[in-house]
Design a protein around this ligand. Sequence first.
Ligand code: ADP
Length: 960
Amino acid sequence: MADNACTDAVLGTSPQSTDTESESTDALRQRIRQLEEREVELAGRVGLLENVIERMGDGVVVADKDGKFIIYNPAAERIIGIGAKDIPIDEWQVRYGVYRPDKVTAFPPDEQPLARAVRGEEVDWAEMYVRNDVIRDGAFITLTARPLKDESGAPNGGVVVFHDSTNRKLAEAALAAERNLLRCIIDNIPDLIFVTDRDGRYIANNLAHLVSLGEADRNAAVGSVEADYVGHETAATHRAEELEIMDSGIAIMDREEPVTDAAGNRRWLLTTKAPLRNDDREIIGIVGISRDITEIKRAAEELEAARTIAEHATNAKSEFLANMSHEIRTPMNGIIGMTELALDTDLETEQREYLTMVKESASSLLSLLNDILDFSKIEAGRLEIDQIDFQLRDMIGDTMEALSLKALSKEIEIAYHVAPDVPEHVIGDPRRLRQVLVNLVGNAIKFTSFGEVVLDVGLEETIGDESTILFKITDTGIGIPVEHHARIFDAFSQVDSTTTRRFGGTGLGLSISSQLVRLMGGAIELSSQPGGGSTFAFSVKLRTGILVSEATSSKEAINLRGLPVLVVDDNATNRRILEEILGNWGMKPTVVSTGADALRAMSRATDLGEPFAVVLLDSMMPDVDGFMLVESIKQHPELTSATLMMLSSADRAGDAARCRQMGISSYLTKPIKQSTLFDAIVSSVMTSLLTQRSAPVEIPKTHTETVRPLNLLLAEDNAVNQRLAARILEKRGHTVTIANNGLEAVEAVRRERFDLIVMDVQMPEMDGLEATAAIRNLEKETKDHIPIVALTAHAMKGDRERCLDAGMDFYVSKPIQPQELIEVIDSLTSAARTDDDDEGEDGGNSEVFDSHAALDRVEGDQELLLELIELFFEQSPGLKAEIEEAVEKRDSKALQNAAHSLKGSTANFAATAAYEAALRLEMMGRGNDFTDADEAYTLLEREILTLTSALAAYRQDVLV
Ligand code: ADP
C-alpha cells in the first residue's frame, strides 16, 4: 500500500517552477530507481517464497477462486501420488481417490477442504485417506485449509497444507490394539487388580475388582475411593496401610485377609500391594493385587479335618492291631510251649510227627504275628529303639549260627566276616539289629538254592563315640528285577505272586527292616539282577560301649602269635574270612582249597621244620572231603602232630560222631563264631601241649627235683574253678587252703602263714585287688611278703598293671592253664621239693568217654573229672532254679550271674550246647533283654538235662 501511494506520488502532476521542475525530475528519477529496486527486491522475495514452497516437506496446494490450482508443490504430488493437473477442484477427490478416514466412504466434492476454503471456510486438522493407482497401499493425510482473500476481503481462492500421517495413524492403531489386548488380559485375570493415585482414587480397576466392588461402570469407578464402596472401617485400615507403603516405599506381599464382598459374602484374599512409581521413580500411587483364596482355604480346612479323622482312624486301627497281635501272641506262646512239653514226653512216631507239625505251624504263625505287631507299631509311631550295651561280634555270631539251620537242606555256604576295626562293645538295640539281619540273611537263604550267602560287616566311619557300621548281605540266588527294587521295601510287596506261592512270606520283612534301619539312623540299599544274586546293604549308627568281652580280652592275653595254621576249604569266601580272622590273632595262616594241596602244604611245612600247629578242615569238599583228608594225614605219621579241627554244616548230624571216632580234636559248626573258633583253637592247642607235657621227660619232671611242697592259699569264688586249681596244685604236692572271697582270704592270712597266694581278681564281698591291698597292709607289721599270683578272666589292657599296682607279684590269665600256673608258682618259690610226683601215671582213658576234651582239661585226671561231675550235679539244680526265678522276675543282674556260673561249670565238660544255652541267657541278662528269655530257658533246661544224663552215664561207666 505504501508502494502504491508512493507510485501515485511519483506519477501525479505538480504545479512547481522549471527549477522546481528539474528538481522534480531528479526526484522522479530517483523514485523510479527506488521503485525498480523495490521491484527487484519483491521479485526476489516471491522467488524465495516459491522456492520455500517448492522444497517444503508438507504438501501445499493453492487454488484460485475458480478452483484452478495455482500452486501444487512437489511434496503434495509425492504425498498424494498424482501431480497437479489443470482440473477443477470438484473433480479433485475423484481424480485423486480421496476418502474419509474410514477408507470406505468417498469424500463428497463440496465438502472437500480446498473447495470449502475457496468458499471462504477454514478447515482444521481434517483427516483423509488417499488411495489411487499410484498409492495402491493408501495413505492417511492430515490437512489444514484456509481461504485466500483479495484486498476487499472477498474470497478469491484457497490454500491447503497437508502431511502424510500414515505412520502416526498406524502407531496409534497398534497402541490402541495393545491397550485393548492388555485390558482384555487384565480383565480376564481372576485376581482383583487396582491402581490408585496418592489420594487413594482409583486410576484403573480390572473387571474382577469392579465386580468385587459391585461397580458395573468402569468409568464410574475411576476417581472414586474405596470408601465409596466398602465399609468405613475396612477402607480406613486399607488407606492407612497404603499410606505406610507410599511412605516407606516397601511393598507388602501375600498378606491373607478376610473381607466381606459387595454381595455380603465372607471371603479370604491374599493381597500384595506395591508403590506405583513414575518415570522419575517418584511414588505416585499404589498397585494392588488380591487373589481370592476362599476356595483354597476351605479345601485346606477340609483336608486338615479329613487328615485328623484319618489319623484317628489309623491310630485306632494300629492300636487295635497292636492289641490284637498281643492278645493272640499270648495264647500262641501257650500253644508252642505246651507242644514242646508234649514233644518231650514219650510219643508214638505218628504223634511226634503231628506235634512237630503243630509246633512248626505255630512258630510260623507267631513270626507272622510278630511281623504284624512290629508293622503296626511302626505305623503308629510307637516302635522305640533300645539303647543297651552289647557285644556286636557275639550277637552277629549267634544270629548267623541260628540262621545256618535254615540252610539245612541246601547246598549253600553260609559265612560272615566282621572287619577287625568294627568296635566290639556297642550301645544300641541288639534285638532289632538281629531282627533286620534275620530278615535279610533269612531272605538270602530262602531265595538261594546253591552258591553262598555272605554277611560282611565293616566300619564306615566313627565320629566321636558314634560309629556307623555297614552290613552287607550278598547271595548268589535268584536276584530281583530292577523295576521291583524300590517297591519291595513297601509293605506287603513281593516280586510276584508266583514267588509268593513258591517261597511263602508276607512281604512285610523288608518294609519292617528298612523302617528299623531308619530308626537306627541308617538306610538300606539293594543292588541285584535277576539270576545274578542280590546284595542288601544297610548301615546303622551305634555308640561305642564300655563292656569288656571275655573273649576279646582273653584273646589279647592268650598268645597265639606266630602259630602256623592251615585252612583247607573249597569255598573262597570262607578261606578269605578265616585267613583274616587267624591273621588278626597273630597266627600264621596258610590257605588251600583242596585236600591234595593241604597234604603238600603240610609236608612242605614239616620239611622246613615249621609244621602246622592247627589244621582247620572243611568237612564238605568236592573230590577229597575233610574226613578223607584226615585219613590221608593219618597215613603220614610225620604230619600227625597238628591239631585237626573239622568245620562242618549244621545238618551233618553224623559228622560229630565221625570226628570223635577219628580223634579229631574239635568239631565246629559253620558259620563259625570268632569267639567259638578262638576258644576251640586255644583249648585244642592247650590240650595238645598238656598231653605232650604230661610225658615223663617233660618240664614238670625236671622241676620236681627242686620243688618243695608249699602251703598255698587259693582265693576263688567259683567252686568248679576252685576244685580245678586246687587239684592241679595238690597234684604238685602242695597244700591248698581255699577262700571263697577276698574277705576270707584276708582272714586266712591273719590266721596262718602261707608260702604263696593264688588270688582271683573278681570275687564277691571283697575283690582280689582289695584283698591284696589289705594283706600287704597286714605285712607292714609282720615284715613279711607273701607272693600273690593274680588269676583273672578280665585280661584287659592295663589289667596287669592294676594287679601289680595293687601289690600282686604275678599275673595269670583265665582259663587256667595248669602248666603256666605251675611254672609261675615254681619260679616264685625257689626252695627244693622233696616229694615225688605221680605225674607219670596214666592220666585217663580218653577213648572210653566221648568227651575226651573234658578229660584233657583235667590233665586226664578221671577222679578229678568225676569230682567235677559230682559238683556239677550238686550245683546245677540250684543255678538252674536261680536262672528260672531271674527270668520269671525279669531280674537281669541275677540272670547274668547265675547263667555265668552255670556256663562256667559246663565249660569244663566241653558241653558246647549247654554252654551256648547258658551264654545266651547270660547275654540276655547283660543286655536286660528278656524277649526270648522263656524260650532260652526252656532250651537251657533241656540241654542241662541232656548233659546231666550224659555225665551220669559216663560216671556209671567209669565206676562199674
Ligand atoms: P517275604 O520274604 O516275607 O515275602 P520281604 O519283605 O522280606 O517279604 O521280601 C519281599 C520280597 O522281596 C520277597 O518276597 C522276594 O520277592 C524279594 N526278595 C527279598 N530278598 C530277596 C533276595 N535275597 N533274593 C531275591 N528276592 C528277594
